[in-house]
Structure formats: C-alpha cells, structure tokens
Design a protein around this ligand. Sequence first.
Ligand code: FAD
Ligand code: SF4
Length: 590
Amino acid sequence: MATRLKEVDAVLVGVGLVGTMLGRELTKAGLKVVGLERGNAQFTVPDFQGPHMHDELRYSVRKAFMQDNTKEAMTFRNNVNQVALPIRRWESFLPGTGLGGAAVHWNGQTYRFQDDEFKIRSHTEQRYGKGFIDPELTVQDWGVTAADLEPYYDRFEYLLGTSGQAGNVKGQKIAGGNPFEDPRSRPYPTPPMKEPYGAAIFRKAAASLGYHPFPQPSSNLSQPYTNPEGLTLQACMFCGYCERYGCEHYAKSSPQTILLPVLLKDKNFTLRTQSQVLRINLAQDKKTATGVTYVDAAGHEFEQPAKLVILCSFALNNVRMMLLSGIGQPYDPKTGQGVVGRNYAYQTMSAVQVFFDESVNINPFMRSGANGTLIADFVGDNFDHGPHKFIGGAYFGELMTNGRPIEFHPTPPGTPAWGARWKEAVVRHYNHTSVLNVHGSSMASRNNYLDLDPTYKDAWDQPLLRITFDFPANDLRMSAYVTDKALAVGKAMGGRQVVGAGRKGPYTVTQYQTTHNTGGTVMGLDRKTSVVNRYLQSWDVPNLFVIGASNFPQNATYNPTDTVGALAYMAAEAIVNRYLKAPGQALVQA
Ligand SMILES: Cc1cc2nc3c(=O)[nH]c(=O)nc-3n(C[C@H](O)[C@H](O)[C@H](O)COP(=O)(O)OP(=O)(O)OC[C@H]3O[C@@H](n4cnc5c(N)ncnc54)[C@H](O)[C@@H]3O)c2cc1C
Ligand code: SF4
C-alpha cells in the first residue's frame, strides 16, 4: 500500500537535463516542484574528481554512469518475426542514470537542426515530387520550424556557454562558420575550441575539394564563461576523458555546472534521488494525471500527488512510462494505427580511418568530447537528392574524442586481432591515425517501434521496453553515398591507407554507435500521428507534458541535445505563460 504524500504543484519524472531545466523554470514561476530521480545524487566535487574519474575500466567498459540493467533492461529484436531478448550489457547506446542523467557523460556536441529537416515531408515532396519518399518511411513534419525554435536554441546555448563560430547571424553569412546554417540571432556565447592537428589536416583537404569546413560547436568550453544563471564554467583541458565521464574541471556543460547549484538552493524545489517512478496515475476519467507512484531505495512505495506531471526521463523511458501508465494508444505495426511507440528512430553512423606515415603526429589523447572540424555539405537537403534514391544526409569530420588506452588502438585491415603483431601495429599506428566520423540521419519507418515486452520484467515486476529496429534501406543508401565522400576527403588528407564503408545492416546492439534514440512520443499538429502537441502537452491528458528526444518524429542529421534543450524551453514557456492561466486546458485544440 503506497503512502500518500502532500500534493505539490508539479512533479518531474527524472532529474536529468530536461528535468533540471523544467525544475528551474517552474520553481522560478513560483510552483512547488518535486523532482524524482531514480539514480544517486552526484556532483563535480567529489564524484567527478581525479584520479578515479579516469578509470577507463569502470566508466567506459563497465559503464558506471549508465542505467542499471540488472534491475531495468530493455529487450531488442530486428523485426517482428524475431523473439526479443534482454540487453544485458549496454554497448550500442548508453542511457544514463543519476542526477544530471546522460547529460553528465555526454560529449557536448551542440548543433541546431536545419529548417528543411523540420519539414522533411512537405519540403521533400515540394522539391522532388510526391513519390520520392520510400513508402516504408513514416516521416512527417514536426509542426515547428527552425525560426520558431531560434529564440529557444539561443537561450539554451547561452545557458550552456557553447563554443563555436557562427556562420549566419540575422541572415548575414560569416566566413569560417557553417555556411548552411539557418539565421541565428547572435554569435555563440564563446569562441570556437582550438583546432587539433588532425582536424587541421581535414580542413585543408576538405577545402581543397570545394567543401566548407567549420569548427564543431562544443559545450566543452573554449574559455571561462558565466551563464545567465550566474554559474561560471572553466576552459576545457582536453583531458580526453569526456564522453562516458563527468568533467572534473567544470568545463563541460552539464546540469551540475549550468543549473543544479541554483535549483537546489530554491526552497520551492525538493529533490528525491533513488526514487524509481513506476507509473503516472490517472483520475477515473483517464484525462487527468493525479500524480505518480514511486518506490524509494528501501522498497517503500509512495504516491506523490501533483497538479502537473512533467515526464522527462530520456526518450526511451518516456515511451515506456506512457505505455506502463496506459496513456495514449500504443502503436500497432500491423495496422499502422496508434501513436505511442511509433516512429522510433536512431542515427546512422559510419567511420573512415586515415592511417598516416610516422611523420604525422596526431596526439589522439589530447582531445575532448566535442572538438574538431567538419563539413555540412551533405547534411539534410544541402545537396541535390534528385539523382539518389534516398532522403536525409550526414555530416562528417575529424572529430576524434579520445585516445584512451583500452578503447583506441587503430590498426589497418589484415592486422591480427591479438599477439605480438597486433601490439606492433598498435604502437606503429596509435599516434598516426585520424578517424572521420560520418554522422547520419535516421528516418522513421513503419517497422521500427517501441512497445512493452510480453515476457521480460524489471525488478519491480513491470514489463521491459521492447525495441524493434533495423536500418531502413533508405538510410543504408544514404550512408554508403556520404561515406564514399568521406573516403575521398580521407585520401586528400594524405593518408597512406584510408579505410571505411557505409553502415551495413542488420542493426546490432553489441557495438557502440550512439545514444541518440528518438521518437515514440512524437510531437505534431495532428493527434492521429502524434502523442503531444507542439508545446509537448499530451493530447490525451492535458496536465501531462512529455519532453525529450522522444518528441522527434524522425531523427535529423545532427546530434539531438541542442534541439531537446530548445524544445524544453519552448514547453516551459508555454506552461508558465499560458497553461498556468487555464490549468487543465489543452493549449492546442485537437
Ligand atoms: C555517451 C553519450 C554521449 C552523448 N553525446 C552527445 C553529444 O555530443 N551531443 C548531443 O547532442 N547529445 C549527446 N548525447 C545525448 C544527451 O546526453 C541526451 O540528449 C540528453 O541527456 C537528454 O536529456 P534528457 O533529460 O532527455 O535525458 P537524461 O539527461 O538522460 O535524463 C533522464 C533522467 O531520468 C531518470 N529516469 C529515467 N527513468 C526514471 C524513472 N522511472 N524514475 C525516476 N527517474 C528516471 C534518469 O535516471 C535520468 O537521470 C550523448 C549521450 C551519451 C550517453
Ligand atoms: S575533455 Fe574538457 S570538457 Fe571534457 S571532461 Fe575533459 S576537461 Fe572536461
């Protein structure tokens, strides 16, 4: 029997990046907010300090910061004809747990999505004709544009202190930035990071082929910066222990460095860690959320009543919580009906290795989670798709994040996988290899979706989330095309040997690709094809807002978090300025 607690104005399910942002915005508006986080409290001091923060075995291999899959796994299969099995070791993607969520151990690569990607269906049909999109793809427009989101992107980047070179301020193109970017209202808050040597070689080669290289926008800061919350971040040390690790130097933007010290001092905010939310509770009419039920570390069950519920538990967990709580119609791939779990997408990644002569010293250990040089010539619809049978695109660049000893030992094809010859090859190539990342979009397909597993349960006897996913043929064609372009740049870099190939299916969960899981509670203008409206308010339960990359109708070319942050600020503003004036009302009529 759950203990019923005193009602509060709002409850947050998860205190990661979005939870922290919404906590701050709602408490500032005078609401009493409880944040429920399943993991532990953790802070820059003492939790992210050296030397233990550089324990590669603990953090990279054993994934100390990630969701505990002995308690709460997910199951996976490539298609409906297979039996899904639990993922017992995280490899392909790394969902976070603990205060700050995955935004503690993220890289900090901070990109805005392009306008054409927000309008992918209407834009593609207009430019290439109605039959151009593969019928298998269920891609759809977002219901917002880059211009709608610009003020929120701007606000989020100034919260993070993002370092970068603008390419377009108020319509005026600026040399050295991304020439394809949509207009931004002002430059990045801090200048771009220093360019590493391998990235400089890439820049020269890409420019020699007529492309437009620019520095990666980074939330590993190039210089000290005080954000609008009054919190000061420091300059990045290029320590090389960034993604999968907390930053010991206060140089990576994360909830711990950009917001939490302010939020935790606010009397309107109560944080409860080790609090696993089991479900969102509904009133009898099923149209009003009454709060949530959660379990604490001692196994005691509580009901936390709240007038407003914010579901912000990371894309995959958001979908699972909706399904566990019986909110919205689950997606059925046989009929194409239903919305919760629909349009799950990922990211289509590949890589090119450039092996240099011993005279070229790359120094891979002196890198950060987000630095280097890339091109956007093949992003979104920046090139003519007419001759190709795919939509979407990829950016690529020399964006290496680390030379950590367990994870980074590049060897050319033909090298044995172990023994003396393998060791000789690692010694020969460690300091003389660049890797180009090819980071591609992921289109929603009617066959890829999320639902509850019929067999496997978690430690609290609730069904696990089941992922059904394989790369759509569209995305494999895109990856082959753009990876060929990256191979050509690799050759122009002067590599003695250049190796790489486009992504091949089937998708596997046994090797890291990216944690950019998207979709399942998508936003949109039509409730038949979306779970939330453009303000991220549930169509079915108006006092529930669902926020995160689960809102993406398909995944764009770039990394997601700048867009997650922009959407979070847009939703927060709608809640504070509009919803609170008429609580319980829909902000958009269905
Ligand atoms: C290794 C890695 C590198 C990345 N690099 C980049 C990058 O360079 N650029 C980029 O754009 N993105 C990157 N990302 C993605 C980025 O981390 C996420 O987009 C971002 O953290 C999403 O914020 P969120 O608030 O939705 O989720 P999170 O920050 O993960 O927060 C969700 C929180 O909810 C909690 N929670 C979940 N379920 C429950 C429950 N039932 N009860 C209570 N609490 C719960 C979790 O413990 C977690 O703390 C990376 C991710 C990883 C893992
Ligand atoms: S690389 Fe820079 S931002 Fe990343 S953890 Fe190290 S010091 Fe921090």
